[in-house]
Design a protein around this ligand. Structure first.
Ligand code: PLP
Length: 507
């Protein structure tokens, strides 16, 4: 039993701890502190082993081989102790888990996590506050609110801004579209969609979005009963950013056709290209046509942390609502995400009261975060991770990490651009690079198959994990750089592996 003394808790721990009742030792309670420490220590050791022993981003195990190992698991026959449990989990999971922290992992938008945030998870799981109401969380509510206010200030919103932590960027984008829809209906004819359902003209609602926007917006439009047909996709420029002129033309065209523009969604950091739509220009157009302006900064939000690149987000403050994914660009473990609005009044569109949870007569003003959330009641205290991170590391240090990533990505794009065997398609404002292996001797018609082979072969060995996408029908390899520890040497190693793999391709 550890005896760390925390100021404010004066009574020695030994005098408080109850004897263990064998039967209830698995329940987290005063009598199971020793069991708790034993379990946490075992799990911690497994993590340390993962750090030391998983030397490549993926083991390369096949799903068939791994599935076979699962066949022996019988939930009706529990394992005797933590040792056997951790052993089993190591074999079935940890040994083969994708290691986001290794530089040769350069695939999806998964950042390495910072240790203070991981430590916070220990408290989050055990104390298990629920963020829906003040009476299930107390200080946790105030921490979440203070982090939301801080984020809103960084965006450039004023003091009436508000928001809530969400499960992810997809959920935050859905909230943006929902508020856009309901705000339009209620301010144009007083139609309350929450109570009355969709108005008759909802099928003519139109939301403008870049053709490179995240697909969660399409899912969101579908869920909101507007259908994907409500999305008007605007073509992008040579660097895959929404073309603001085409946006204005599209709005005018839709109005002329009798449709009803309600919102524009800009992306600050597209998933595939890492570039930012012209936020300020789009903001001006949204204001001119009186449209709700949502910015999806799930990826680009990391730029908030930097001094050098913050200007790329200029115009963000003109939005009505913003999606922030701390688990994409703030080095936070999944889930950690937020939806922020410029004016807290907008969130009233979501508010519902029930007697068993947040009765009207007992509403602690704005202390019940459930009033701000779209479809979560019981909700994890994810905010504590960001609290640990910012209080211990500060914004500056996180910002320096982001700047390092951007600088390495710039240099990597340069290296790729100069390599005669590689064809650079796109470099980004943040950390995405699109390219393909395309030495002269290959027939252009074979390049798709060749690059698909490279990606798959490297995945099967687990040595290097890259992402991919299609642009204008062609297959490209993709680097998403989110790790400040990734050096140019690592990039050279990855590129050499790609070239060696490609050179071994036989049709
Ligand atoms: C990842 C991403 C999302 C979705 O966020 P999740 O947290 O994965 O739900 C939305 N928009 C963009 C631009 C993204 O990159």
């Amino acid at each position: 039993m550890s005896t760390t003394a925390f100021a404010g808790w004066e009574q020695p721990l030994q005098d408080i701890v109850l004897p263990v009742k064998e039967t209830y030792k698995d329940i987290f309670h005063q009598g199971s502190a020793a069991e708790y420490e034993n379990a946490i220590n075992g799990a911690r050791e497994l993590v340390t082993n993962f750090l030391h022993r998983n030397r490549q981003p993926f083991s390369g195990v096949s799903s068939t081989a791994l599935r076979a190992a699962f066949a022996a698991v019988d939930f009706d026959t529990p394992l005797p102790d933590y040792e056997s449990l951790l052993q089993e989990v190591q074999e079935l999971y940890v040994k083969h888990a994708t290691a986001f922290h290794l530089p040769a992992y350069i695939a999806h938008l998964n950042c390495p996590v910072v240790i203070p945030a991981v430590a916070a998870e220990v408290l989050i799981a055990a104390i298990n506050s629920s963020q829906d109401t003040w009476d299930q969380s107390a200080g946790g509510t105030l921490m979440e609110q203070q982090l939301i206010s801080w984020t809103a200030r960084e965006i450039g919103f004023g003091t009436v801004a508000d928001g809530v932590f969400t499960a992810g960027g997809s959920q935050s984008n859905l909230m943006g579209l929902l508020l856009a829809r309901d705000h339009y209906a209620i301010t144009n004819g007083g139609h309350n969609i929450k109570k009355q359902g969709l108005p008759g003209d909802a099928s003519r609602y139109r939301i403008f979005i870049s053709e490179k926007a995240h697909f969660s917006n399409h899912k969101g439009a579908a869920l909101l009963g507007l259908g994907e047909q409500a999305l008007v996709e605007i073509k992008t420029d040579a660097r895959f950013r929404m073309d603001a002129e085409l946006l204005e033309e599209a709005i005018a065209r839709e109005i002329q056709q009798g449709n009803i523009p309600i919102a524009v969604v800009a992306t600050a950091g597209t998933t595939d290209f890492g570039n930012l739509d012209p936020l300020a220009d789009i903001g001006r157009i949204a204001a001119k046509y009186n449209l709700w302006y949502h910015i999806d900064a799930a990826y680009g939000c990391g730029l908030l942390l930097t001094e050098k690149y913050r200007h790329l987000l200029n115009g963000m403050e003109t939005a009505h609502s913003v999606t922030i994914d701390y688990h994409k660009s703030f080095f936070q473990p999944i889930s950690s995400s937020a939806f922020i609005v410029k004016d807290k009044q907008y969130l009233r569109l979501l508010r519902m009261h029930v007697d068993y949870l947040n009765p009207k007569d007992e509403d602690y003003d704005d202390l019940n975060q459930i009033n701000k959330s779209i479809m979560q009641s019981t909700r994890r205290f994810d905010a504590l991770k960001l609290w640990f991170t910012l209080r211990l590391m500060g914004k500056q240090k996180l910002g320096a990490y982001t700047e390092t990533i951007i600088e390495t990505a710039e240099k990597a794009a340069e290296v790729i651009g100069l390599d005669p065997e590689l064809e650079l398609l796109s470099y980004s404002d943040i950390g995405v690079i699109l390219f393909r292996y395309a030495p002269e001797q290959y027939n252009p018609a074979d390049l798709d198959a060749l690059n698909q082979y490279i990606k798959k072969t490297m995945f099967n060995t687990g040595l290097v994990l890259v992402a991919s996408t299609r642009v204008n029908g062609n297959f490209y390899l993709k680097f998403t750089m989110l790790n400040p520890l990734t050096t140019l040497d690592d990039v050279h190693f990855i590129l050499n592996t790609i070239k060696e793999t490609g050179a071994a391709w036989r049709q």
